[in-house]
Design a binder for this molecule. Sequence first.
Ligand code: NDP
Length: 330
Amino acid sequence: MRAVVIESKGAEARVVEAEEAELLDGEATGELVELDVLYSSYNYKDGMALANRGILRSYPAIPGIDIVGRVTRSDSSDWAVGEEVVLNGDGIGETLRGGFATRARVRPDALVRLPESISPFRAAAIGTAGFTAAIAALKLEDVGVVPDSGEVLVTGAAGGVGSIAIALLARAGYRVVASSGRKDEQGEYLRWLGASEIIDRRELSDEVGKPLQSERWAGAIDSVGSTTLVNVLAQTKYGGTVATCGLAQGPDLPGTVLPYILRGVTLTGANSVYAPRDLRERAWTTLADRLDLAKVDELTTTIGLADTIPYAERILAGQTRGRTVVDVDA
Ligand code: NDP
């Protein structure tokens, strides 16, 4: 098998060709499912892993938090040889060996059967970013933020989570406003995804404004955190909900409690890594039903296994757009 391997903390990543036992033995215990990896995908977190920014917690490590694969052996009666599955998170590419490899051994509980309408390539293109966008969109919907509620804001708009969030929400009938630092360069792309309006992210990210600002958003999906999220909360309408899922600007939240206690605003979290199985299945069904899959192709770039190493710098610098599939056989 071939894989991107980081031998020890701080070591440089390299592409290794070795016997499967050498790269995969001795890590996971309990029931396992073995897979041929068909595709992986590139997420912000993979960039952090490859740049040695504290994501990897066990060595030797194989990055890659997404796998779309075909079952070749299974200890679990839930999964049969030949079935195509998708796995987002559950510790792969962090504490367990991940998807930047041609083979994988994974736990059965977080696997989802690939929906019939989604090809393996498209499932990888959606990946953790799209899966998280779907979880966040469901969080809004479940508390009653619906298209009639008013405008919803998506921050980090040209990134992976942001792009799929816009496409999902717009197709469901929401009026979506996109916040991007690349308004001029990516404006056309964001409108094509379904954004009705684009605002410059600096309006939100540069400084913390008043604790309560003019009410605008019925809801928001934020993958940026920090000052941006504080300002989004301060602009959220009475009773609105903001789903937070990322920290591209920073993990801090330098705000006040006023939006919550004076406007009844809710801040809810969306996490993909340890999502329970029923939520995983619901999110993938939502993606299959609601996402314009032809759009997904258009917003996706494909790279090979060895390309994953230099690509880290680009995603961490916010220079990538949309989604990136890793073709592990290329
Ligand atoms: P991407 O790199 O694809 O997108 C991030 C986007 O954020 C960029 O494209 C850019 O959008 C914006 N951005 C980047 N830097 C800054 C900055 N300094 N200030 C404000 N905006 C910035 O990453 P993903 O979409 O894959 O992930 C986004 C975040 O969500 C990451 O923090 C990631 O770790 C997190 N995440 C969390 C998950 C969970 O389970 N909770 C799952 C998946 C991702 P633009 O150019 O349009 O402004």
